[in-house]
Design a protein. Sequence first.
Length: 246
Amino acid sequence: MNGERLQKLIAAAGLCSRRKAEELLRQQRVSVNGQVAGLGDRADPEQDRICVDGRPLRTPEATRLLLLNKPVGVISSCHDPRGRRTVLDLIPNHLRRGLHPIGRLDADSRGALLLTNRGQLTLRLSHPRYEHSKTYRVWLEGDPSPGQLQSWRDGVWLDGQRTQPATVQRLRREGGRTLLEVTLQEGRNRQIRRTADQLGHPVLDLQRIAIAGIPLGSLAEGEWRALHKGEWRHLMPEMGQSTTRR
């Protein structure tokens, strides 16, 4: 039988612990498609009817991962005590349950922001140990020198600690300003803006164009789309077989 072990599915549904679920199986209180199941049996909650004591097992809520193109002025939060517009205000009401943004994007910045209902994805995408990259297009005031850009690549001191090495590429100069593409492996508070200020070339516009290999693409500002499993499976391969479809 394909699928997940029944004790794991029962525990994931919140009915009891996995150890208790194993006991339910030994007591022959679990059935799959009307047949009594035993310890070691598997099932697919998308296709099979799993019951405990004759009652259908509650299916865990499907994992949702949304890509949003956040406009300037929108807060990367679920609620704002000052009544400002938040990223959830851009998502339809029926999809908001359990959603929260992964990380932050400053109110005065725009671009790619991910939202999910799964804490494991939030941890995997936001914890420094996983070293997921974030790529930005940044307009700076003036024209930074090659030496200044190299300093940015090598790392600068912020809050008493040197930033990790960054990829910094000059794309073009235009009318007294310079466009850079910057890729970071970390995400300190307002890191790009503070680094640019330290180098003497303040940020004029900041847009995040990719997170963890997921590009913003042609998604219009203020719009969102649901990512299919194939787009994020590489982030949490261990969830790939147990996640239900939308």
